[in-house]
Design a protein around this ligand. Structure first.
Ligand code: EPU
Length: 416
């Protein structure tokens, strides 16, 4: 199993090119199942999760042609309407094939995803929504088996805001008979990117970017070309890294219009940012100031940035309070940061962080994707050497993070 060795205390300086967004690419690739036409996608990030979804899509019969960050999909010869346990268990986003397969072929069998490191993460809202669209759904042998003659438009209000739930129902509704109204829909930029692609494929969707999506079903969708939006979480992760280590970096291929409150919090920390049309220059001198926050759905503070901000807070010039409201178990990085000398105490879903003068390198273990990124940041800010074990989590969602960081001056190497 690969590990990362990080020697802390290096200032970051230089340019980093941001990759395409993982959480936009995954649903967008699944949209390839909705049409027999060619879907030509660019800015697809090179990630393990993308490999997994492409493997899953290929085994349905979807033709996949890949040339680095360009992927072409053709769904004219789909033969298998099933997502097996072996693939779904490694990546929950596999559930995103359920809506498209059911809508286009009238049947889908997808393994029920289990719990995961950050919480129990049920998919009941996906199921309830598809039932509202007329699907007959049974759970047999650990599989969700959905069948329908033709989905019929309906008004659906999910009990909570769910990102992949919204995406699954949105994709299904594009091919349903009549009008579907999705209320309480997720507004994340990744949902918007999927909706924009679906419109390019011939879908009729109103209210894109709002919490009320109105979809008029069409008989079929056609091929399209689309560039996946850049990854705001990857960009914000690098901004946290420079906030923790100090330095001057330029992020390229990043948009600035879809950021959430995370950017305001970075300013509060003391990071000076200059926005270009597709770039962010970030400069940091001195010790970070503490920031308190509460994770919420977009455009609130993203749960996917909670751990990375906590890493910065561990060395801030004061105390902070972090509340996680989206997932019930997303503090697994706390113990690992405390091994590096941080002073964090948790009380239910709130972490109290007392900024310390310094962290000191130690062996630590990555527990999930964003926790891994937070440990890289903490390790870069620490004195001495940190070995981070189980970094396969990092490879799932960051495109060669150690390569990008060493190019701007971090001392970080992968140990095979
Ligand atoms: N939930 C339910 N029932 C459902 C669906 C969701 O109870 O049917 C609950 C979840 O358990 C959770 C909350 O609702 O407590 C929100 O979950 P959501 O469905 O929005 O999460 P998701 O769609 O499974 C996506 C991202 C996550 C990100 C969350 C929240 C993708 C592929 N994944 O997950 O990304 O944390 O939204 O923004 O888009 C990551 O990239 O590291 C990651 C975990």
């Amino acid at each position: 199993m690969d590990k990362l060795q990080v020697v802390g205390g290096k200032r970051l300086e230089g340019e980093i090119v941001i990759s395409g967004a993982k959480n936009a690419a995954l649903p967008i690739l699944c949209a390839g199942l909705l049409t027999s036409g060619d879907l030509e996608l660019s800015n697809v990030p090179r990630l393990h999760d993308v490999k997994t979804i492409l493997k899953l899509l290929a085994q349905t019969g979807l033709k996949v042609t890949q040339d680095d960050e360009k992927v072409t999909l053709n769904g004219s010869a789909i033969t298998t309407l099933e997502a097996p346990y072996e693939l779904v268990k490694t990546m929950r986003a596999s559930i995103l094939v359920l809506g498209p397969l059911l809508a286009r072929f009238g049947e889908a069998k997808v393994s029920l995803p289990g719990g995961c490191a950050i919480g129990s993460r049920p998919v009941d809202q996906h199921i309830k929504g598809l039932q509202a669209l007329g699907a007959d759904i049974t759970i047999e042998g650990g599989y969700i088996h959905a069948r329908c003659k033709k989905l019929k438009g309906a008004r659906i209000r999910t009990d909570m805001i769910t990102v992949t739930g919204t995406e699954n129902l949105l994709m299904a509704a594009t091919l349903a008979d009549g009008e579907t109204i999705l209320e309480n829909a997720a507004r994340e930029p990744e949902v918007t990117d999927l909706a924009n692609l679906l419109v390019a494929m011939g879908a009729r969707i109103e209210g894109i970017g709002t919490d009320r999506l109105v979809i008029q079903g069409v008989a079929e969708l056609h091929g399209a070309r689309h560039a996946v939006i850049s990854d705001r979480i990857e960009a914000a992760t690098f901004l946290c890294a420079v906030a923790a280590t100090g330095g001057d970096i330029l992020l390229r291929n990043t948009r600035t219009d879809y950021f959430d409150v995370a950017l305001d919090k970075l300013r509060e920390i003391g990071l000076v940012m200059t926005m270009g049309p597709e770039s962010i220059r970030a400069q940091m001198g001195g010790r970070p100031k503490p920031v308190s926050f509460r994770t919420t759905e977009y455009p609130g503070f993203p749960t996917d940035m909670q751990a990375q901000f906590m890493a910065v807070d561990t060395i801030a010039s004061g105390s902070s309070r972090i509340t996680e409201t989206i997932f019930e178990n997303r503090f697994m990085h706390v113990q690992e940061m405390n091994r590096l000398g941080a002073s964090i105490q948790t009380e239910g879903n709130t972490a109290h962080v007392k900024g310390v003068d310094r962290l000191v390198g130690a062996p630590v273990m990555a527990t999930d994707l964003r926790a891994s990124a937070s440990l890289v940041i903490a390790a870069m800010a620490a004195q001495g050497t940190t070995i981070i074990d189980r970094i396969y989590h990092l490879d799932r969602g960051y495109d060669r993070m150690e390569v990008k960081l060493s190019a701007v001056g971090a001392d970080i190497v992968r140990i095979k």
